[in-house]
Design a protein around this ligand. Structure first.
Ligand SMILES: *Cc1c(COP(=O)(O)O)cnc(C)c1O
Length: 363
C-alpha cells in the first residue's frame, strides 16, 4: 500500500503536482464556485470558464513577466505537435531553420522540420553523448535562417542552458521540462512553448508564448487549427480547449504565486538539485553524473552507478523505499531524478540520504 506521504515522486512527466493544488481541485471537483457542477462540466463559452481561462493567461503573463507584444496560447497535441506547427507556420521556401541539437527532443524537433522545409544543425553535442550545451560562441547561424530552435532543458540527458544568447534571428525554445523553474528574459525569444505535464499541470495542454509579429508573419495557407493565428485571434477558444487542464494549470500558477514567485522557486530548485548533485559529487566515483557540471539541469538529475550490477540493486531498493521514477529514460538507461517545481525539498533530501546510505552499505 502506497500513500502520498510515503511516496517520493521523481517521475519525468507526467510528474508531481503540488499537493495543495490537488486538494483544492478535489474540494471543488463536483461543485465549482457554486455553479452546481464541475469545472469539467462547464461550457467553454460560459462566464465562469472564461474567468478560469483568462485568469490563467493573466497569471502566466504576470509571473513569467511576458511583454505585451506576445500572445499566450493554450494548444493541444503536446510539445510534439509544436515540432510540426513551428516549421509549418514559419518556414518558407528559400529559407532554412537552424536547430541546436542537445538531446533526443531536439533531434525529434529537427526531424519534423526536415519534412517540411530546409534545416541545418547550428551546433550539436551529440558527439559528446549530449553531456553539455554547446556554447553560443560555437553556434554557426547561416545566412537566410528563418529561426533557430533550442531545447532549454534536456529531460533525458539532464542538461540545461545556464543562460540564453541574444541572436539576430528569431529564437524559439522548447521549455517543456523547465518552464517556470526560474525567471527567464522572454524578450530574447520569439517563441517559447511547453507541454504542461512537467512543470505546469496535467498532460493535455501545451503552452505557447509567441511574439505577435511572428504570428502575423506566418504562412496563411495552412489548415485552420494548425495556425497560431487562429488561436491567437480567438484567445485559444477557436474550438473546445482542454478546460480541466487549463484550470489545473491556473491553480499551479496560483501556487507559484503563493510560494513567492519564480525567484523563490528557482532558489528552492537550486537547493533541491544541489542536495542530489552533492550526493553524486561526494561519492568518490560510486555515483557518476552524466552531464558536465557547467551544463547541469536543475530539473532532471541523471547519473549511473560505476558498478552496473549494483545499479540494478540501487533502483530496486530505491523503489522499495518509496522512490518512484528513478529509472533513466528507456533510450539511455541509468538513473534519473526529476525534481520539478512540485517535488518538495524533503523528497530530494530523502533521496540524497538514501544514496549516501546505499553507498555506505555497498562501497
Ligand atoms: C516531454 C518533452 C517533450 C514531449 O512532450 P509531449 O507533450 O509528450 O509531446 C518535448 N520536449 C521536451 C523537452 C520534453 O521534455
Amino acid at each position: 500500500m502506497s500513500n502520498r506521504t510515503t511516496t517520493y515522486n521523481f517521475n519525468a512527466g507526467p510528474s508531481a503536482l503540488p499537493t495543495v493544488v490537488l486538494e483544492r481541485a478535489q474540494k471543488e471537483l463536483t461543485n465549482f464556485q457554486n455553479t452546481g457542477m464541475s469545472v469539467m462540466e462547464l461550457s467553454h463559452r460560459s462566464a465562469e470558464y472564461e474567468a478560469v481561462h483568462n485568469g490563467a493567461i493573466e497569471r502566466m503573463r504576470k509571473l513569467f513577466n511576458i511583454p505585451e507584444d506576445y500572445e499566450v496560447l493554450f494548444l493541444q497535441g503536446g510539445a510534439s505537435l509544436q515540432f510540426t506547427m513551428i516549421p509549418m507556420n514559419f518556414l518558407n521556401e528559400g529559407e532554412k531553420a537552424g536547430y541546436v541539437l542537445t538531446g533526443s527532443w531536439s533531434e525529434k524537433a529537427l526531424k519534423e522540420a526536415n519534412m517540411l522545409g530546409d534545416t541545418y544543425e547550428v551546433a550539436s553535442s551529440k558527439e559528446n553523448s549530449y553531456k553539455h550545451i554547446p556554447a553560443a560562441s560555437d553556434w554557426n547561424i547561416e545566412e537566410g535562417t528563418r529561426y533557430v530552435h533550442i531545447t532549454s532543458n534536456n529531460t533525458i540527458y539532464g542538461t540545461g542552458y545556464q543562460e540564453f544568447p541574444s541572436i539576430d534571428v528569431p529564437l524559439i525554445a522548447d521549455m517543456s521540462s523547465d518552464i517556470m523553474s526560474r525567471p527567464v528574459d522572454v524578450s530574447k525569444f520569439d517563441m517559447i512553448y511547453a507541454g504542461a505535464q512537467k512543470n505546469l499541470g496535467p498532460s493535455g495542454v501545451t503552452l505557447a508564448i509567441v511574439k505577435k509579429s511572428l504570428i502575423e508573419s506566418a504562412k496563411a495557407e495552412n489548415p485552420t487549427v494548425l495556425k497560431y493565428k487562429t488561436q491567437a485571434d480567438k484567445n485559444s477558444l477557436y474550438n473546445t480547449p482542454p478546460t480541466f487542464g487549463i484550470y489545473m494549470l491556473g491553480e499551479v500558477l496560483k501556487w507559484i504565486e503563493e510560494e513567492g514567485g519564480l525567484e523563490n522557486i528557482q532558489a528552492r530548485n537550486i537547493e533541491k538539485a544541489g542536495l542530489i548533485y552533492d550526493a553524486i559529487d561526494s561519492s568518490d566515483g560510486f555515483f557518476v553524473g552524466h552531464a558536465e557540471k557547467e551544463s547541469r539541469s536543475l530539473m532532471n538529475i541523471t547519473f549511473r552507478l560505476a558498478d552496473e550490477a549494483l545499479e540494478k540493486q540501487f533502483l530496486q531498493e530505491a523503489k522499495e523505499a518509496g522512490f518512484v521514477g528513478l529509472n533513466g529514460h528507456r533510450s539511455v538507461g541509468g538513473c534519473r531524478a526529476s525534481a520539478y517545481n512540485a517535488v518538495p525539498v524533503e523528497a530530494c533530501q530523502a533521496l540524497a540520504d538514501f544514496m549516501k546510505a546505499f553507498q555506505a552499505k555497498h562501497a
